[in-house]
Write a protein that binds this ligand. Structure first.
Ligand SMILES: [Zn+2]
Length: 224
């Protein structure tokens, strides 16, 4: 597989630090499973994080510090519990046509058995249970050749990993294994340019902002 579009640095560091929502971490984990280059980058990022921790000077702490830490851990939302980075990037590489291992936990080993719901003819989705705190979602999207996703921008980051087929948008052309790592400033309208349906794994931090009337009409129905 020839991956051309990779994770940006901020996304990678956030993932390695475990400070990402479960929805976004799933997409990152799947790209890492498909991309040897980003697997190496995550390892480097984790190593740097470890060195920084080792370099910290010990500081005086209050007597009840342990109780406070334990209480904080109890209250910690378990957003990343299902997807620990160290678990994923070892021995979990896959070839282009397989479902990446982190996604297999949700849909099994084949894209052919996914149950799709229709948005409009030629555009289908399948919800995944991973959420993010600000109302974002993770889902599979399947778009027929020649069809376009509705033009939209975002309130936060959007990650799109291509599992099958290809699309082009204002940023470039994306094929299997590529990840589109977009921030809120970009408005784009992906157009499928492969002969087969394009299947993507998408996560958003917050609901998309549609710029067309149709987008605004279907948004309450699909929850995008
Ligand atoms: Zn990569």
């Amino acid at each position: 597989m020839n991956v051309k579009h990779h994770l940006d640095e901020a996304t990678l560091v956030s993932y390695a630090a475990g400070s990402m929502s479960q929805a976004m971490a799933l997409v990152v984990a799947c790209h890492i499973a498909m991309c040897p280059k980003c697997r190496e980058r995550v390892k480097d990022s984790e190593a740097i994080g470890g060195m920084l921790l080792e370099g910290l000077q010990p500081a005086a702490i209050k007597g009840d510090a342990l109780d406070s830490v334990l209480a904080a851990l109890d209250n910690e939302p378990s957003v990343n519990a299902a997807i620990a980075p160290t678990e994923i990037h070892r021995d979990r590489a896959v070839d282009a046509r397989s479902v990446p291992a982190p996604l297999q936990d949700y849909i099994g080993g084949s894209l052919d058995t996914v149950e799709w719901r229709t948005i409009v003819p030629g555009v289908y989705y399948h919800d995944l249970p991973c959420k993010s705190e600000r109302g974002g979602v993770s889902r599979l999207l399947r778009i027929a050749p020649g069809k376009a996703m509705l033009p939209h921008s975002h309130d936060g980051n959007e990650l799109t990993l291509i599992l099958q087929g290809s699309f082009s948008d204002e940023v470039g052309r994306f094929t299997a294994g590529d990840i589109a790592d977009l921030d809120g400033d970009i408005e784009h309208q992906p157009l499928v340019d492969s002969e087969v349906d394009c299947i993507c794994l998408i996560a958003t931090e917050a609901p998309l902002k549609f710029s067309t009337l149709l987008g605004k009409i279907v948004q309450p129905i699909t929850g995008f």
